[in-house]
Ligand binder design. Structure first.
Ligand code: AMP
Length: 220
């Protein structure tokens, strides 16, 4: 079996992180840890975290750092991640989160951080037409719908527009990304951990680009 990997994926909302992380997770046999998915699951279940996060998420805001750090710290302690690694999608999103992650992973350092780069004008179009499965998170779009009447091809769940894919929330999330998350690109570059991958190609082509940079870093 291929070696695992400890990976962070950065990139604007709509860059294709969700789709690519699902593929990377299958390829390297490590869990895909999406903080957005974890929060959406908590909202659906109506947990205390979900109730607190729902309003912030719908407005396109960021859930407080201490809450997010606690969630990720706990998740990275599970056996599946300590054995083979993980792919973090949506975390870290701020400098305090990145600093906390460095501490959490001190004993088992990150292999690399990838910036999946897609220009803002393109992600704006993608987000406006994006549709997702409410159950498994699979991604579709108005141009590439599921085969049958907005029923997920993978799990049979209902495919719908995300509540935070409204024009106002999209604008806010992208502004937050430039202000809070984009500085992490230089931060990780200075640490010698960053690779930039051009995300403007077919999903298959982007996956091949990702496999290539990851395998090069791991020397495999
Ligand atoms: P995503 O699916 O990654 O776009 O995340 C959806 C929403 O969840 C974001 O717009 C935030 O409200 C919240 N969220 C997810 N990850 C984080 C994080 N690391 N820090 C703060 N908020 C987050």
């Amino acid at each position: 079996m291929t070696a695992g990997v400890r990976l962070v994926i950065l990139g604007r909302q709509g860059a294709g992180k969700g789709t690519q992380c699902t593929r990377l997770s299958r390829h390297y046999v490590v869990p895909h840890i999406s903080t957005g998915e974890m929060l959406r699951a908590a909202v659906k279940e109506g947990t205390e975290l979900g109730r607190k996060a729902a309003e912030i998420m719908n407005d396109g805001g960021l859930v407080p750092d201490d809450v997010m750090i606690g969630i990720v710290d706990e998740r990275l302690d599970h056996d599946d991640t300590t054995r083979r690694g993980y792919i973090l999608d949506g975390f870290p999103r701020t400098v305090p989160q990145a600093k906390a992650l460095a501490e959490i992973t001190d004993a088992r350092r990150l292999d690399l951080v990838i910036d999946l780069d897609v220009p803002k004008a393109i992600v704006l179009q993608r987000l406006a037409s994006r549709r997702v499965c409410a159950d498994c998170g699979a991604n579709y779009s108005v141009d590439k719908p599921p085969r049958y009447d907005w029923v997920c091809d993978d799990c049979g769940g209902e495919v719908e527009q995300r509540e935070d894919d409204t024009p106002a929330a999209i604008e806010k999330r992208l502004a937050d990304y430039e202000r809070e998350t984009a500085p992490l690109i230089d931060w990780y570059r200075d640490m010698g951990l960053l690779d930039v991958v051009d995300g403007l190609a077919s999903a298959n082509e982007v996956s091949l680009r990702l496999f290539a940079v990851i395998d090069l870093r791991r020397g495999s």
